[in-house]
Design a protein around this ligand. Sequence first.
Ligand code: DP6
Length: 356
Amino acid sequence: MTHKKLDGLKFTWWAPSNIALVKYWGKKEGHQLPANPSVSLTLNESKTRVELNVLKTEECSQNTPWIDLYFSGKKMPSFIPKIEKFFKHASEELPFLNDYKFLLKTENTFPHSAGIASSASSMAALALNLVELEQTVKGHNFSETEFWQRASFLARMGSGSACRSVFPHAASWGETDNFGSDLFAERVECHPIFKSMYDSIVVVNASEKKVSSRAGHGLMNDHFYGKARYHHALTNWHHSIEWLKDGSWDNLGNLVEEEALSLHAMMMTSRPGYILMEPQTITAIHLVREYRYRTGVPLYFTLDAGPNLHLLYPEEYRADVSKFLVDLKDQLGANVSIIDDKVGTGPYRIKEKEQL
Ligand code: DP6
């Protein structure tokens, strides 16, 4: 079946990455369902642009691949298998995807593999384009709420953490006793202190991860501490929702550090176990804590599944922390770089900047 209407269409979205405060680590049976609820802050500067082109039928031959991709202007075949897998899953929901061929043009504002979750931003941007295509096929627009929920639902199929990237400021993903769904994320209420929060990302190693997140999630299945971890995360999720709302940053900051170290403890105690932190990660953790205890500046760290640190702090401490970051970089060595980011307002369609 051919949908003439889609031929030659083009959509473009920017979507940001996000940093989890309560970590998603481990999956339930099914497709990309989280073993525990997670909460994240949406970033502002670290983002991905995805332009989705539906190729004109007359421009395609039998040899034209289903999906072709350019990253920063260069053909990038190594990125295609993950996107194809995503499209295969998405086509169960959007069967028309099988009737067309697609050209994707993408770019990141941050270096690829800088330890910033590029799968979150890229899958979120791609999912938003797919929702627009779906609207065109169906010939009607979703309501505002339906639109973002659909985008989150589709983004989840590409990468779990991506489903949180479609919302401004703060989002939660995963079913709990009184809130949420495993199928998509939702925006959560947050105090103004978090809407202007800084995240300075200390990149101690920008190379590709030794163990992928996907493999790491898999190792949680028979993990000795699995059940305890999911219970712990659920408890932390409840606290984080409350503290996000009332602005208790010191409480939340301590919880965020605990979550980061629990995540890495899970990796270290998997079978086989592995360590993604580097000596500089540990040095930085000591220096951050020593600085916080000495000055009272509420600077807290978190880590994703890699060696790089995200340093979170309220806007009013920006000048103090900037000085600390210069010292930190001196102590960690010349190969360390810092990417300044902060909490942002979520994805936007190119040209007409639309925020929730
Ligand atoms: C440590 O979302 O990258 O960043 O669903 O397999 O694509 P897949 O995994 P992914 O895992 C993210 C793990 C994390 C924690 C988090 O963002 O919640």
